[in-house]
Design a protein around this ligand. Structure first.
Ligand SMILES: O=C(O)CCC(=O)C(=O)O
Length: 273
């Protein structure tokens, strides 16, 4: 998967990428940027590190300040379905066996699969969050499968977790498509938000790990990762699972929506090789 990631990055062609939209900030261009993000659930798209783009000026278009292969923050969000290498690993007997062993879902569906690059020196932070906020189901059911492709250390931005937070954090808001375009957080009706400032609490623990490690992330656990100021990449591959069996509702407001061409794939179903 690491070799394939480098192939994808080396093949990344910035021509036609809506990079400019993130820089000019005009409403029309922002709309193009939103479209690029919101319709990425059934595609392989490249999202840039803010630190890799020099903003447009009146006399010059936005441009990359680093080579294209170094500019990418993440590649998603249907990598595990559309790319043969990532698909092979996502729908492997090994992964299916792990999903059966943890028994979180009767009929797990795979969604939001991506590589996060955390590029040397410019790799940005992933702020404190839990995954069910982003992939909201009623009841909450998200589980992340996160696989280190590089050595992940405190120096290059390994994950940190707040142990036990999955038992107390309520999924009280969800990340949805905003009516006027773009995205926003809205409250989950009937769920009282926690009062904690999770980020500021004591007890956060870093989770360094060697390449090849699979980390299973409970949909309610608070986690985060800092920027990568080091000279080494911190590549990881992650996909998420939700309950697809009757009784679980995937929220129609969620930022990521299944499409007719690509419904969320069944982990235990047949996937074309
Ligand atoms: O890899 C990271 O730094 C963050 C990943 C993450 O937060 C997630 O997969 O939910």
């Amino acid at each position: 998967m690491l070799a394939r990631t480098h192939e994808l990055l080396d093949g990344f062609d910035v021509a036609g990428h809506p990079m400019t939209v993130f820089s000019t900030g005009s409403d029309e261009d922002k709309h193009v940027g939103d479209e690029y993000f919101l319709n990425s659930g059934d595609k392989i798209r490249y999202f840039l590190e803010p630190g890799s783009v020099a903003r447009a000026t009146p006399t010059q278009a936005a441009q990359l300040t680093v080579p294209p292969a170094r500019s990418v923050n993440k590649i998603g969000h249907a990598l595990g379905v559309l790319d043969p290498v990532f698909r092979k690993h996502t729908f492997s007997d090994k992964v299916r066996g792990v999903a059966r062993a943890i028994g979180a879902h009767k009929d797990p569906r795979v969604l939001q699969s991506m590589v996060i690059c955390k590029q040397p020196r410019i790799g940005g932070e992933v702020p404190c969050h839990n995954d069910s906020t982003f992939l909201y189901t009623d009841p909450p059911s998200a589980v992340g499968a996160w696989i280190a492709l590089d050595e992940c250390t405190p120096e290059n931005g390994c994950l940190s977790f707040l142990p036990g937070s999955h038992k107390t954090a309520r999924v009280s808001s969800r990340f949805v498509r905003a009516q006027g375009g773009g995205t926003e957080f809205v409250p989950v009706p009937g769920v009282t938000p926690n009062e904690e400032d999770w980020d500021a609490l004591d007890g956060w623990r870093q989770a360094p790990c060697p390449p090849g490690t699979l980390v299973l992330i409970h949909g309610s656990v608070m986690h985060r990762s800092p920027p990568n100021p080091s000279d080494r990449t911190r590549m990881i591959y992650t996909f998420h699972m939700i309950e697809g069996a009757d009784g679980s509702v995937y929220d129609e407001k969620n930022w990521l929506q299944p499409t007719q061409e690509m419904p969320f794939q069944r982990l235990y179903g047949d996937v074309a090789a």
